[in-house]
Ligand binder design. Structure first.
Ligand SMILES: *[C@@H]1O[C@H](CO)[C@@H](O)[C@H](O)[C@H]1NC(C)=O
Ligand SMILES: *[C@@H]1O[C@H](CO)[C@@H](O)[C@H](O)[C@H]1NC(C)=O
Ligand SMILES: *[C@@H]1O[C@H](CO)[C@@H](O)[C@H](O)[C@H]1NC(C)=O
Ligand SMILES: *[C@@H]1O[C@H](CO)[C@@H](O)[C@H](O)[C@H]1NC(C)=O
Ligand SMILES: *[C@@H]1O[C@H](CO)[C@@H](O)[C@H](O)[C@H]1NC(C)=O
Ligand SMILES: *[C@@H]1O[C@H](CO)[C@@H](O)[C@H](O)[C@H]1NC(C)=O
Ligand SMILES: *[C@@H]1O[C@H](CO)[C@@H](O)[C@H](O)[C@H]1NC(C)=O
Ligand SMILES: *[C@@H]1O[C@H](CO)[C@@H](O)[C@H](O)[C@H]1NC(C)=O
Length: 806
């Protein structure tokens, strides 16, 4: 009887508590696991069940190594919602959702899957918990896609592009709390992919870009024979993963205590052995030496500036605060720049870098040299040609391994004297006779020239050509000009000036020059040529381009200027890439420079000169971006008391001409002020006065600026390329000054003296501007202003029709 009862009880209990049977490695809808039960992978490597972390009463569902005596949890399901006062149950619903419930039936965690026929959950020997279903047993969910703090072999760290899902590690809050802590180890796909270690929102370590075998910042990865690393970056996926070559080795990568650390299980120690970790030394700390700094663990102070750079603040640097980083000694001129090679480094932060696997090393160098914004390049096995813009951040040097980085430097910062002594000696052997020869040549040349001058063989001189006055302008020989410009080779052509093409050249002594050559058949050009020689030879100011000499021989008329490596202002402000290099301060400096140059023309020189063709393309920039007014072909000298002049031949450039000049041919200092106002607004907005159609269909820049002014939205005018901080009040003030200069009535416009005063002294109160000239009032012009045709050169035709039309 008792036996029968006992047997009955047994069958009943088996029917009521079918869950108490050890479930092996799988869960099906009819088999759940409860507290005290575990799932064990087929070979017994991993075990899943409920556990209490060290010193904690909370319970979690997790996966741990089964054969390792030190409890090592590699995955936790309910990190954020512990089971505190009760026991839990893990149940697979018949439609395929794996849910963790507490005693009151409250769902603490679930896989969120549904609509799965024949669902099965299985714990694999890799430590991966998978949920499969459907007729084809397809994979619907896996714990490897939801990493906690541990990356096991075969797990992917990174992005699945189709779902835009990023798998990354997050540390435990503490040893007793597996909820996500402050550290994250994340794959970054912006720029050139690499892995970052984050502490809250700050990067604290960076792996460096992948070089085909390992991370650029981890040369030791390449030499190991324990692991095989994979770095996949294609359209569908971007991730990092690894395999252990010897399957008897147990290894895991874990993020804890602010470190990414790889452990191997040591049977000898019967404990985990740290195999590798980062950050290890100060040079691993992200950007420890600041922008353009190089961190060197072999160097006692760690930080040095890149070659060609100096500490931004020597004071901070001396106090070993390196955060401020380094700044370039010499500005790049984008013409004669060279590359300095830095060997065995962790390549700089590649967030803003670009990669092109199609370019060879040489093509990479070429490409970087040509691209204005490229400051460094590297050629890496994994990504091919890498190019950087902006600051170079977080460079570490290694004793061996790492990559080579080529940093762009101004030629003067690259000391070319280095080299082995035999080379030096050879160079000396060649150079000394060259120098001697050159000196002899120069002396002979000078001697001949003097003789010739005395004998008057060079009949035409600069001075004679220019209205008879002695101007003492150096005279250059045609042959010198020919050799300096490679016979006026078309590749050396810089552009088209007022009366002919302009070439770049280089004199024998290395000085770079710009040669303006009068077109042979230009009659009007000859007048302008004479005008320019006569005028500019008398002028000298740091904001006017300097005439070095002229060349008049046979039919040829040429003017020789100092060469301006940064070309003209319009190539900067209207170019989206280059405009980004112009900070607010730089723009203001340029405006002030032009104002000073113009003030000099108007009143501070011995003469009163009206330029008449001021425009962005006539403002040249030297290597330090100082503006220099050029092109005096159409300038006019006013006699002492003369204030305005009337001409039937209106010259100048549309879009910069004041209304009274364009319409009535009246020019005065105030017409230059108008052009200057247009330039101010162009510099601030980065938009051409006449090319605003994309932004505002019916007005030009002046009209647009005026509308913003009236609507009190002036700040919107400022070029979006001005990124760094700028003082709003100063920007507004500058816009107001620009608007004052372009007022319709010439009597309302300030003089250049007033403009310079207003620009340089914030105490000077500004008046309210009146409506600007053009586009708002007078009809014949209004029609033209919305046109997008570009008139870049002198436009007599337009003005002729205008004059006829009246
Ligand atoms: C149990 O956890 C829940 C939610 O996390 C919390 O609201 C509750 O206060 C906890 N109870 C105890 C006894 O810790
Ligand atoms: C577990 O799932 C099965 C099948 O969906 C269901 O019958 C059972 O009630 C569930 N158990 C719990 C505790 O929710
Ligand atoms: C189940 O979890 C919910 C939410 O955390 C909590 O409010 C409830 O008290 C828990 N029930 C038990 C019996 O612990
Ligand atoms: C469930 O799956 C079936 C077949 O795959 C599909 O027809 C049905 O729309 C799905 N239902 C939901 C709610 O997703
Ligand atoms: C790193 O420092 C060591 C010791 O000062 C020096 O010999 C080495 O040239 C440095 N490396 C670089 C790339 O500056
Ligand atoms: C990348 O560019 C952004 C925007 O210009 C800048 O804020 C950031 O500092 C740059 N990062 C690096 C590492 O150069
Ligand atoms: C590289 O070259 C191949 C073949 O010429 C071309 O299909 C591919 O688009 C190129 N890739 C890039 C990034 O330019
Ligand atoms: C120069 O490089 C930048 C950044 O890599 C790129 O956006 C730009 O298009 C390049 N400019 C030219 C002219 O190739």
């Amino acid at each position: 009887m008792a036996i029968a009862e006992f047997l009955l009880l047994l069958t009943i209990s088996a029917a009521v508590f079918p869950l108490h049977v050890q479930p092996g490695d799988t869960i099906t809808p009819s088999k759940a696991i409860m507290d005290g039960q575990t799932l064990i992978s087929s070979k017994g490597t991993f075990e899943m069940g409920f556990f209490n972390p060290h010193d904690s009463k909370n319970q979690y569902l997790g996966i741990w190594y089964r054969n390792i005596p030190v409890q090592t949890v590699v995955w936790v399901a309910n990190r954020d919602s512990p089971l505190n006062s009760s026991t839990g149950v893990l149940n697979l619903t018949s439609n395929g959702n794996l849910v963790l419930l507490n005693d009151s039936g409250y769902v603490l965690w679930s896989t969120g899957t549904s609509n799965v026929t024949n669902p099965t959950v299985q714990l694999l020997d890799s430590g991966n918990l998978i949920l499969t279903g459907g007729t084809s047993k397809s994979l619907l969910w896996q714990s490897f896609d939801h990493p906690c703090d541990t990356l096991l072999p075969g797990m992917k760290l990174g992005w699945d592009s189709s779902t835009n899902f990023n798998r990354y590690l997050t540390s435990w809050r503490s040893a007793s709390d597996p909820s996500p802590g402050e550290y994250a180890y994340k794959f970054n796909i912006h720029g050139v992919p690499e892995v970052f270690l984050w502490e809250k929102s700050a990067r604290i370590y960076r792996s460096g870009p992948w070089n085909g075998q390992g991370y650029s910042g981890r040369p030791e990865m390449i030499k190991n024979n324990m692991f095989r690393f994979h770095f996949i970056s294609n359209q569908d996926e971007h991730y990092y993963t690894y395999e252990v070559l010897d399957s008897s080795i147990i290894s895991r990568l874990v993020l804890s205590d602010g470190k990414a650390q790889r452990f191997l299980w040591s049977k000898v120690k019967n404990d985990w052995n740290s195999y590798w970790y980062v950050p290890k030394d100060p040079c691993d700390k992200y950007a420890y030496c600041g922008a353009n700094g190089v961190c060197n663990t072999s160097y006692s102070l760690f930080c040095q500036c890149l070659k060609g750079f100096d500490p931004k603040s020597t004071n901070d640097w001396n106090q070993r605060v390196y955060l401020g980083g380094c700044v370039r000694k010499t500005r790049l001129d984008f013409q004669s720049d060279r590359f300095s090679e830095l060997v065995n480094v962790k390549l700089p932060d590649a967030l803003n870098a670009t990669a092109d696997s199609n370019r060879s090393l040489d093509e990479c160098r070429e490409w970087c040299l040509k691209n204005f914004s490229c400051v460094a390049f590297a050629f890496s096995g994994g990504s091919g040609c890498l190019t950087w813009t902006g600051d170079l951040v977080d460079i570490k040097v290694f004793a061996e391994g790492g990559e080579n980085l080529f940093v762009r430097l101004a030629a003067s910062d690259l000391d070319t004297t280095k080299g082995d002594s035999s080379k030096k000696q050879r160079a000396i052997v060649i150079i000394i006779p060259l120098i001697l020869g050159f000196l002899v040549f120069v002396f002979l040349g000078l001697f001949m020239l003097k003789k010739k001058r005395k004998q008057g063989i060079i009949g035409d001189s600069c001075s004679k050509e220019s209205s008879g006055k002695e101007l003492e302008l150096p005279l250059f020989d045609m042959s010198v000009m020919e050799s300096a410009t490679d016979n006026f080779y078309s590749n050396n052509k810089l552009g088209e000036g007022g009366f002919g093409p302009v070439y770049k050249g280089q004199l024998r002594d290395g000085q770079e020059i710009a040669v303006k050559r009068l077109s042979k058949d230009s009659v009007q050009g000859l007048d302008e040529f004479k005008n320019e020689v006569m005028l500019i030879a008398k002028l000298q100011h740091r904001n006017l381009v300097r005439l070095l000499g002229c060349c008049i021989q046979r039919e040829e008329r040429m003017l020789i200027y100092e060469y301006m490596p940064n070309k003209s202002l319009d190539t900067f402000i209207f170019d989206t890439t280059k405009a980004a290099l112009l900070s607010w301060q730089k723009r203001l400096d340029i405006i002030i420079g032009i104002a000073r140059g113009l003030l000099y023309l108007h009143q501070d020189s011995r003469l009163k000169i009206i330029h008449r063709d001021l425009k962005a393309s006539n403002i040249l920039l030297d290597k330090d971006m100082n503006p220099k007014i050029s092109d005096f072909g159409t300038a006019r000298i006013f006699k002492g008391d003369q204030n305005q002049e009337n001409t039937r031949r209106v010259v100048g450039t549309y879009g910069y001409m004041s209304p009274e000049y364009a319409m009535d041919g009246i020019f005065s200092v105030k017409s230059d002020v108008f052009s200057f106002g247009v330039i101010i607004l162009e510099i601030l907005s980065g938009k051409k006065n006449r090319m605003l159609k994309q932004v505002e269909p019916h007005v030009n820049l002046l009209g647009y600026a005026w509308r913003l002014w009236e609507e009190d939205r002036c700040l919107e005018l400022l070029d979006k390329a001005v990124k760094c901080s700028y003082p709003i009040s100063k920007v507004l003030r500058c816009i107001q000054i620009g608007l004052l200069c372009v007022q319709e009535g010439s009597e309302d416009r300030p003089t250049m003296t007033e403009v310079v005063l207003m620009l340089s002294n914030e105490g000077v109160a500004l008046t309210q501007p009146k409506r600007p000239g053009f586009c708002i009032g007078r009809t014949p012009i209004e029609r033209d202003c919305s046109s997008t045709e570009q008139h870049s050169s002198t436009v007599n035709e337009i003005t002729d029709t205008l004059l006829e039309g009246r």
